[in-house]
Design a protein. Structure first.
Lengths: 190, 190
């Protein structure tokens, strides 16, 4: 997706060979017009798949997910990273380890919002090693729902998340695929 | 806003005289079409005010904020509730106590995304005692930016958040004002 790659070139910051900072337009400050384009692109790629729900994870997945949900006409559920007092009953729970933060967190969604009748599109801001995606898949499978595929804003193609997910048969659509961050530069795959 | 009140009547759950659960369409599962209407309404109310940025707080504020930002054509910044490794430098920090969760958390935004030239619209999903709103105001003032006002999806008018904010001169626009939750029923103010 050219508009996204251009934004990454202009406003992304390479912090190391592993870390691309996009807090100027995606995961701290958000560009709503770009998110609308991102949502439109996800909708285009999954429009024929009979998606009934979108599942993402707080907080950075919400903006792209809500724009895709608007265009596909389906609700968006965001997995929470901790339990709150008003959300305690009938939780589906999974664990995810964050390499960035070096912490393990529990993620949860309320069981009542997903059923075996649902066909789910998973959306997230980043795909790196696939741990967050795998935890979301785990939650969706606990609900008995099926998975249409994944929509990723930025894929770090030099990590093994895509391979891991594709090996298990999941469709992965990434709007920007980063081949490497070497030399402080963003090199895209295509 | 009638569509919002109707949704609260249909899908909201009164858990106690203090707690209204809206996790079916606002703060866990999200209705994107309703959020678009909510964003439109915020934009209508603040369109003439010269807003340059929207500031909200993760996670439930993001969906209404991004829709308002899309319509006003301005970026959205969401305050984070904890520091991450990729967001450590030049943080503006404030504290907020959550009665729901009975915990104090630190919220932060990156100083580089807000300046004295900004005129900010604050958006959040709930206004109760005003603690979260006050912490956001504190962050914005640390940046030297000015405040156009607040846009609240659901106001608990039986708590003193609005009074506190209005006493300090802030404009508060709430799309649904809940007068009471007594008897397990949602009673709106108007």
């Amino acid at each position: 997706m050219e508009a996204l790659k251009q934004k990454i070139r202009e406003m992304g910051t390479v912090l190391s060979d592993q870390v691309l900072k996009v807090d100027a337009f995606l995961n701290h400050q958000i560009d709503p017009a770009l998110m609308q384009k991102v949502g439109h692109e996800f909708a285009e790629r999954y429009r024929a798949q009979g998606v009934t729900k979108i599942v993402t994870i707080e907080a950075s997945g919400i903006a792209p997910a809500i724009m895709a949900g608007l265009e596909l006409g389906v609700p968006v559920i965001f997995a929470r990273k901790f339990q709150s007092l008003t959300l305690k009953s009938e939780l589906l729970i999974s664990k995810v380890f964050s390499f960035t933060k070096q912490t393990e967190s529990t993620i949860a969604i309320s069981a009542k919002h997903l059923s075996a009748a649902d066909h789910v599109l998973i959306i997230d801001d980043f795909l790196a090693n696939g741990h967050a995606a795998k935890a979301l898949i785990d939650l969706i499978q606990q609900a008995g729902a099926s998975i249409a595929g994944l929509g990723i804003v930025i894929e770090k193609s030099f990590q093994d998340g895509r391979k891991l997910l594709e090996n298990e048969g999941y469709r992965v659509e990434s709007l920007a695929r980063v081949a490497s961050l070497e030399g402080g530069q963003v090199h895209f795959l295509d």
